[in-house]
Write a protein that binds this ligand. Structure first.
Ligand code: SME
Length: 163
């Protein structure tokens, strides 16, 4: 069961996220490896919802620079400075950023022209240090809302938990 890649499209968000969260926990059971967790979460989130791009940018210079990590989708830009674009803004503020229309976000970095809306969630380690951001792009406008924010922040708590 744990090896399955779920397709949760068409299910109510609350139900889909609850099932996805359970599934991620089951797949990662007993594992203490951030890159394996990022890879697994990228895959499961991407295919569960049919997103355009789903993945992580890792903090490689705290307060300064993000570098691409495990992802699913077309080629992502390799590095993003703190404060630049949606990812850099979430990293600099340590807050989730929900962008209903990327064309209305000043400084948005377009890696794929089809991207229309986006959510970026900060990822904290066990000492509340920022270790990465989770970036999800959608081809449709206004895909993400507060329900996504809460569910994804809760999923990202995997990284700050003592394992
Ligand atoms: N859109 C992001 C850049 C990363 S990619 O879309 C994969 C941003 O503005 O931060």
């Amino acid at each position: 069961m744990a090896e399955v890649t779920l397709d949760l499209r068409g299910r109510p968000k609350a139900e889909a996220y609850a099932e996805l969260h359970k599934h991620v926990e089951a797949v990662l059971e007993g594992l203490d490896d951030e890159i394996a967790a990022m890879s697994t979460m990228s895959c499961l989130l991407h295919f569960a919802f049919g997103h355009l791009w789903t993945g992580f940018y890792r903090v490689v210079e705290p307060g300064k620079l993000l570098r691409v990590g495990p992802y699913q989708g077309t080629l992502g830009c390799l590095e993003i400075k703190f404060g630049r674009g949606v990812c850099g803004t979430a990293a600099a503020t340590r807050e989730t950023v929900v962008v209903p229309d990327v064309h209305a976000f000043p400084g948005h970095i377009a890696c794929d022209g089809r991207s229309a809306s986006e959510i970026v969630v900060p990822v904290f380690g066990q000492n509340r240090e920022l270790i990465a951001v989770l970036d999800i792009d959608s081809e449709h406008k206004a895909t993400f809302d507060d329900e996504d924010r809460k569910a994804l922040e809760s999923l990202m708590a995997w990284f700050s938990r003592k394992r």
